[in-house]
Design a protein around this ligand. Structure first.
Ligand code: SF4
Length: 362
């Protein structure tokens, strides 16, 4: 741990802490840094760091993944998706393909990509073949997809978009009877794109401490110190502890592009349900590039899968911070990174996978 991080820890330890403070983060990168740096055990035991809705792959609804699998299997298309989506299982019979990787093994043309530009390149290299880009992600991933669409894409490229907005999930938790946390560490990357102002509502409407953090242990500890000070003093404000990168207003170009090509819609979160205004969809002008419109035949079957989760998987409760990953009864037993049952053990941003990588065992 760096000198800076140690100093932040000392400052935190010197505070007159209450018996229990629960601080939620909503970013897979934050959770990874917290777990791998061992911040939970370094902090006083009264401070609980709770992983919340920070994994877009984990909340991508079953019906979207099912639709992507069916498209790959039954249409003459190349289906491209970010790598960690390929292994996410859906809840179907053993005789059917449970994931895009299994569809690939059954002969479907499924390819992992690392960026939207790769999807464009594949479409350009195969002009006679339909290419479907299954794009799941929060604002940070959706912004480059929007940029790709705004700049114009080849005719044969369409997008099956499962984009999600982070703040409505936090708002839903805060508006519930029992939010389950006392302070928020807001996501640095999302704030870089959308602006830190997205999180003002936490302070203004819900009177809760909040601080935007970067991804180093020092930045996370600075944000932790800030929300603890706020909690103790009762004077709340949105603190930007990532000021070199997160600027007021975010990234205006990215936001303009998103507004131009995407509509905000109500969206289903896997295992959680529909959250108002929490999703992105392509605008009507881009219907020719919207895979949902181009391949409507799987919509009904996909819709019937809404709300499904793998049996026994507690991902939804993990995502909402209701339980810790190791409180799922399948964690480390039936469910491991090698044989994942649910998406939280598949994605690099999933809390279960992160805790397993951090050596947390039941
Ligand atoms: Fe789901 Fe596996 Fe995590 Fe349990 S341990 S919540 S089954 S991903």
């Amino acid at each position: 741990m760096s000198q800076d991080a140690r100093q932040w820890l000392e400052r935190i330890r010197s505070l007159d802490l209450p018996p229990r403070v629960r601080i939620m983060n909503v970013c897979g990168g934050h959770e990874r840094s917290i777990t791998l740096a061992g911040l939970r055990s370094a902090l006083p035991p009264s401070i609980e760091l709770i992983p919340g809705p920070g994994c877009p792959v984990c909340v991508c609804p079953e019906e979207d993944i099912y639709q992507a699998i069916q498209l790959a299997l039954h249409e003459d298309v190349t289906l491209v998706a970010f790598g960690d989506m390929l292994r996410v299982p859906v809840n179907v019979k053993k005789s059917e393909a449970r994931s895009l990787v299994e569809a690939q093994a059954a002969g479907a043309d499924v390819r992992p990509i690392a960026s939207p530009t790769e999807a464009v390149s594949i479409a350009r290299d195969h002009p006679d073949r339909a290419v479907v880009f299954f794009a799941a992600g929060f604002e940070t991933t959706t912004a480059p997809v929007a940029a790709m669409l705004a700049e114009g894409v080849p005719e044969n490229l369409s997008v099956l978009l499962s984009g999600r907005r982070t703040w409505p999930a936090v708002a839903m938790l805060l508006e519930s009877e029992s939010p389950g946390f006392d302070a928020l560490i807001a996501p640095g990357h999302v704030s870089t794109v959308m602006g830190p102002e997205e999180w003002d509502f936490v302070v203004e409407r819900h009177h809760m401490p909040a601080a935007v953090a970067g991804f180093t242990p020092e930045s996370l500890l600075a944000a932790t110190y800030s929300v603890l000070r706020q909690h103790i003093s009762g004077e709340y404000f949105l603190d930007n502890c990532y000021p070199g990168v997160v600027r007021p207003g975010g990234n205006p170009t990215a936001r303009r592009q998103m507004e131009r090509v995407l509509d905000v819609v109500d969206a289903n979160w896997r295992g959680v349900g529909v959250i108002p205004d929490s999703g992105f969809e392509l605008t009507a002008e881009l219907a020719a590039h919207n895979a949902r419109r181009l391949f409507p035949s799987y919509q009904d079957a996909a819709r019937r899968r809404a709300g499904q989760m793998p049996p026994g998987c507690d991902c939804a409760r993990v995502v909402l911070g209701r339980i810790y990953p190791d409180e799922c009864r399948l964690y480390g037993k039936a469910c491991t990174p090698r044989n994942p049952v649910g998406p939280c053990m598949v994605s690099d941003e999933g809390a279960c996978r992160i805790w397993w990588a951090g050596g947390v065992r039941q």
